[in-house]
Design a protein around this ligand. Structure first.
Ligand code: GUN
Length: 281
């Protein structure tokens, strides 16, 4: 029987631990404030932003909302980010992605102060991670590490195969697994013999962005499978990058969709907000 990794439960544990920390900080007169910027009103982004603000409220972090029009110019957004960088009362800045096409996302990310980069997307944060220095860790891959650790799944010396090489998940995921002393292979759309490579994995992490892409033919008997994808299937039900029903009998542990990696991203964002006031970056 496969062990189902309960991301909802683990995320709730993390948020409860953070809530206790924030209560102590508040007693010591330390407040935490996250600025959340959304440009336009993409419905998916509005749901994510709403969930982030709800989590802030639960943990005891102040959230300040900036809801900007779809037509906002790059200069206007950069001026807001610069003003928030300079405001000592703001501890974290989150600009919800994607941004409208008139705005250069990379430039916006680069403008956020690395000391307030709670998403962990700034080149300085990514660079620090790659050479083992202090910096914010991107929330989704950071959440995957917590899922594995808190489920008692060892990483040291294990064959870890990551399918997907995005800047937000695949690449930082590889660096984090290396830091845990796993042997890491990163695959992508041009990898030859993807199935055979994936089948080497003791821990298979899938972040390729294609619904139900990974079937049992990609999975070694007894592997741990982590599914980072989230999509709607033909019946409008949520599904991941992994064909869960197909692989279930073959794995030792697996994350479901929904309720696996998803809830961890927000828990790790809350963790980064707390670290913004408790650890120097
Ligand atoms: N859009 C989708 N995921 C994320 C995320 O983790 N952070 C931000 N800022 N935007 C996103």
């Amino acid at each position: 029987m496969a062990f189902i990794i309960d991301g909802k439960k683990i995320a709730a544990e993390i948020k409860d631990e953070l809530k206790q920390k924030v209560t102590k900080l508040t007693e010591d007169g330390v407040a935490i404030t996250l600025a959340v910027i959304q440009v336009g009103n993409d419905p998916a982004s509005s749901v994510y932003v709403g969930n982030k603000k709800k989590a802030c409220e639960y943990v005891g972090i102040n959230s300040l909302s900036y809801e900007l029009a779809e037509s906002t110019t790059q200069e206007e957004l950069l001026s807001l980010v610069e003003a928030l960088n300079a405001d000592a009362k703001i501890n974290g800045i989150l600009v919800q992605l994607p941004l409208p096409s008139q705005i250069d996302e990379d430039l916006v990310i680069k403008t956020i102060s690395p000391t307030k980069d709670v998403d962990g997307f700034h080149p300085q944060s990514v660079g620090a991670l790659s050479i083992g220095q202090k910096g914010f860790i991107s929330c989704t891959p950071g959440g995957v590490i917590q899922l594995l650790k808190r489920s008692g799944i060892p990483m040291e010396g294990k064959e870890c195969v990551i399918i997907g090489r995005s800047n937000i998940v695949g690449k930082p995921m590889a660096l984090l697994m290396l830091r845990e002393n796993a042997t890491v292979t990163v695959c992508h759309s041009r990898t030859k013999n993807l199935m055979e490579v994936a089948k080497r994995a003791d821990i298979l992490i899938v972040a390729i962005g294609k619904p139900l892409f990974v079937t049992k033919d990609f999975v070694k008997e007894g592997a741990v499978v982590i599914d980072v994808g989230i999509h709607r299937d033909a019946e409008n039900k949520l599904c991941g990058d992994v064909d869960y029903q197909d692989v279930l009998e073959h794995v030792s542990a697996i994350t479901p969709v929904p309720g696996g990696v998803g809830p961890m991203t927000i828990a790790m964002l809350m963790n980064n907000c707390v670290e913004a006031v408790t650890k120097s970056k």
